[in-house]
Structures are given as C-alpha cells and as structure tokens.
Design a protein around this ligand. Structure first.
Ligand SMILES: *[C@@H]1O[C@H](CO)[C@@H](O)[C@H](O)[C@H]1NC(C)=O
Ligand SMILES: *[C@@H]1O[C@H](CO)[C@@H](O)[C@H](O)[C@H]1NC(C)=O
Ligand SMILES: *[C@@H]1O[C@H](CO)[C@@H](O)[C@H](O)[C@H]1NC(C)=O
Length: 462
C-alpha cells in the first residue's frame, strides 16, 4: 500500500517537471518598422496596383498607341480534321508590351526587379484568333505574367487553338496543306493599339517550336509570319502565322497502295491460269470483291468533300475498272476455248488477227506446235493406206469427222491461248501505266510552292 502511494506521488512529480513553451518575447520587435515584416514582393504589389485600373490602356497620353509584340511557339500539332477543315494546335501566344503606369526602383524593394502577378490584376491586350473554329472566348489559360521594373510586360499563355484551315484534297494522300493562324485585337484599332511581329532576343523565328512533339501524320515543311491590316479602311492590325504541312505517306503506302498493287498482280495472273482449271472467272471475281471491300475501308479515311476527287480514289476506281475489264476479257477467252463445242468455224477476221498479227508476238511456239500436231495426225492416217480396206466406209467417215472436230478444237484452243497472252500484256501495260501516272507522276504536281506566297492578304484562296 505504501509502495502504491509512493508510485502515484512519483508520477505526479514527473508530470510537474514538463516545461511549457514560453510566450514569444515581444521585446525583440520593439523599435522596428512594422512594414518590414511584410514581404518585399507584397509591398511592391501594393505599390504597383494602387490606383491601377485594369480596363484602361497603359498609356498616360490617350493619343499614344500601345505597341504589342506578338510571337507564337508551337508545341504540338494535335489534329487536322479534313472533314470539318479544322486544324488544332497547342501553342503559347507570346505577348510583350509596355505599361507606362508601372515603374519602380528595385533598390526600394529589396532588389526585386521582376514581379510575377496574376493576369487579372493588370491590363492585358485582347488578342484573339480571327479564323477561330470554336467559340470566340480567348481561351487562354490564366497564367501569371512577368512585370519588369521598367514596366515591360511579358505574357505567354499556353492555349489549344482550333483554327479554320481550308484543305485541298485533290492529291490526297500526297497532299500539302497551307494553314494560317490570324491573331489580332478584337476591339482596338490602329489608333489605340498596334501589333508588331515579335523579335526574339535569341534571334529565333517569331513562329518557333519548343518542346515540340512530332505529329504522326503531318510534318512541318516551312513557316512564315506577316503583318496585315484588316477590316474596312484597314484599321485592324493582325499578325498571320502560316504553316506549310505535308502528309506523311508511309501509313497510306502500307495500308492502301501496296495491297492494291498486290491485287493488281492477281488480276493479271488470271490470264496465266489455264482455261481447263475452270477457275479463271472465280479468281477475277474474288479480286474484284477484295477491291470493293477495300474501297470501303479507304472511304472511311478519306476526307468527305465533293470539291474534288482525291487521287487515291481515282487510282482505286481505275484498277477496279481494269479488274472488271479483265473478267470480261476472260469470259471472251473462255468462249474461244469452247468455240468448237458447237462446231462453228473460227471466223476469218479472228483467224487473221490471231494467227497473222498477234501470233508474231504472242504465239510463235504455239503455232508451230499446232502445225506439227495436225500434220502428225493427218500423216499418220495417210501412211496406213493398207488399213483403209480393212475399215468400213462408215467407220472411216466417222473417224474423219472426229479428226475434223479434233483439229477444230485445236484451232480454237490455240486462238484462246494467243488471246490469253495478248490480254495479259494489255492488262499488264494498262495497270503499270495507270499506277505510274497516278502514283508517281501526278503527286509531283502536288507540291504547291510556299515561297510563291508573298502576299498574305488573300491567303484563303491560295
Ligand atoms: C509605339 O510605336 C510607335 C512607332 O514605333 C511610337 O511612335 C509610339 O510611341 C509607341 N508607343 C508607345 C506607347 O511606346
Ligand atoms: C541589393 O543589391 C546591391 C548591389 O548588388 C547590394 O549592395 C544590396 O545589399 C542589395 N540589397 C538587398 C536588400 O539585398
Ligand atoms: C519556322 O522556320 C524557322 C526557320 O526556318 C524555324 O527555326 C522554326 O522552327 C520554324 N517554326 C515552326 C513552327 O516550324
């Protein structure tokens, strides 16, 4: 019991010995300027913004013009929508101007020569994208801006812009596009605000790239920047940034053009197939079917405009037509192959065309073979003269008739073989010519020259 009491006592004792924090010693602050306790930047902020109204232009003399330097930094080409003709980009809209109302001596504010403030506290120019495809809100992120001690302001808000860009799809997918971004003040005219193209301190282009992510479909070929005067009486200064974009071809090469070339080869193969196989037409129709399945796929990735027919659509139409033509020609050849079935003779003109004209190029070996065969058959019978007596006349007549049919069908068969070869060369030639013209020669005309574009005033027609 005594031990218990003792232990309680000792606990009370030890809790007594915990020392509490002392109250702050105010005597340190005595005799000090209380304003010093406010941070330098806060003091400067108060100093700048007393009597500052954000809605008026930053000039003392109302007759003076505010000069804005405008530059653009591209970080990403987000998308180009051919269907709605909209280009979307991620950019920083760099704006530099001078605010006459702001000025301080860094020495008075703890050597602070640059202050960062929220964009809502000071006047900012109302720069908008004129050829906007979305709403006309400025869309800039409300990032802070820099103020220098001499009153110069730097603001570069990042923004995703949707701009109208008129596409010319005649040469799709071998196309080049020119897109224009037109920036200007929405409300101030030249008497109040002037725009100039930004001159960067490091000598870079006013329209530059930074932390740029390449787009998989488009590459930038060139760019230009120009100042224009817009509106009635040309009182609205605007800056136009032009981009020359070229579509990367690999995707279409891999997914459309190479398969089409393979199918073209199959189309030609149908003339190599012997008539006896009975698969000539089947092959032709299968290829035709493959084309039509294929053209559905392509239609999806093609810009849906009726302005012009894209080159690739013309190409697919052409090779589909060639394929259909090949099926027709195969039917002709098959008809010739079975020409002897109803005992009809080879028409004279076909005979002439095939054996006199075409045989020179496509059937030399065939004709020799044919002559040999018939002479062998005929000769064989003539030599066996002694057999004649042994065979009755009726039988002889029948053999002769069969013999005749045999040679007739031989004749037709050679005719069909010659035409098979002839058609093969025709289709081969047409296919190669079509492919070379549409896939190699035509795209050469697509490269519209960006350097010709010297006057931007009517760029929409370019
Ligand atoms: C803007 O530039 C013009 C011509 O360069 C100049 O006369 C004018 O004083 C400038 N405005 C301001 C506010 O500096
Ligand atoms: C400001 O800079 C000057 C010269 O560099 C220096 O002498 C002075 O101590 C600085 N003032 C403060 C508050 O840091
Ligand atoms: C524009 O061209 C200049 C010089 O040719 C280049 O330095 C700049 O990166 C180009 N800008 C864009 C957005 O490609």
């Amino acid at each position: 019991m005594i031990f218990f009491l003792f232990s309680i006592f000792s606990i009370v004792q030890s809790s007594d010995s915990i020392d509490l924090p002392l109250p702050p010693d105010l005597s340190v602050l005595e005799g000090m300027d209380v304003t010093l306790a406010i941070p330098d930047e806060q003091r400067l902020f108060k100093h700048i913004l007393q009597n500052y109204d954000t809605s008026v232009r930053p000039v003392f003399n109302a007759a003076k013009v505010v000069n804005i330097s405008l530059g653009l930094t591209l970080t990403h080409i987000f998308n180009i929508n051919e269907k709605s003709q909209v280009l979307s980009l991620n950019v920083w809209v760099e704006q530099l101007w001078h605010d006459e109302r702001i000025k301080w001596d860094p020495k008075d504010f703890g050597n602070v020569s640059k202050l960062t403030v929220g964009v809502n506290y000071v006047w900012t120019p109302d720069i908008v994208l004129y050829n906007n495809a979305q709403d006309f809100s400025r869309g800039f992120v409300d990032t802070n801006l820099h103020i220098m001690s001499d009153g110069s302001m730097q603001w570069a808000p990042p923004v995703k812009i949707y701009s109208i860009c008129r596409m010319k799809t005649d040469f799709f997918p071998f196309d080049d596009q020119f897109c224009f971004l037109e920036f200007g003040s929405w409300i101030y005219d030249i008497s109040q605000m002037d725009l100039t193209v930004l001159e960067r301190y490091d000598g870079k282009d006013p329209f530059t790239i930074d932390s740029f992510t390449e787009n998989g479909e488009w590459e930038i070929v060139a760019n230009k920047t120009q100042k224009l005067m817009r509106g009635r009486n040309s009182v609205y200064p605007t800056i136009v940034f032009a981009l020359h974009l070229r579509r990367r071809i690999l995707y279409f090469l891999y997914n459309i053009i190479v398969p089409c070339i393979m199918l073209s080869i199959l189309t030609m193969m149908q003339f190599m197939l012997p008539c006896e196989s009975g698969e000539k037409i089947t092959l032709g129709l299968t290829v035709l079917l493959a084309y039509s399945v294929f053209s559905f796929n392509i239609a999806e990735s093609m810009p849906e405009t009726s302005d012009s027919i894209p080159l690739i659509a013309i190409y697919i139409m052409a090779i589909m037509a060639i394929s259909a033509l090949s099926v027709c020609l195969s039917v002709c050849v098959l008809n010739m192959r079975h020409g002897a079935d109803n005992l009809s003779k080879v028409p004279a003109f076909l005979d002439f065309v095939a054996f006199k004209v075409l045989a020179k190029f496509f059937g030399d070996d065939l004709q020799n073979l044919a002559n040999e065969k018939t002479s062998k058959i005929n000769g064989g019978f003539r030599k066996d003269d002694y057999n004649r007596e042994m065979i009755s006349h009726s039988l002889l007549a029948r053999i002769e008739q069969e013999d005749e049919i045999e040679s007739l069908s031989q004749h037709w068969s050679h005719l069909s073989q010659i035409f098979d070869r002839f058609f093969f060369f025709c289709i081969f030639f047409i296919t190669v010519a079509t492919s070379v013209i549409l896939l190699i020669i035509c795209p050469m005309f697509s490269e519209r020259n960006f350097n010709e574009l010297t006057d931007f005033s009517d760029y929409s027609n370019f």
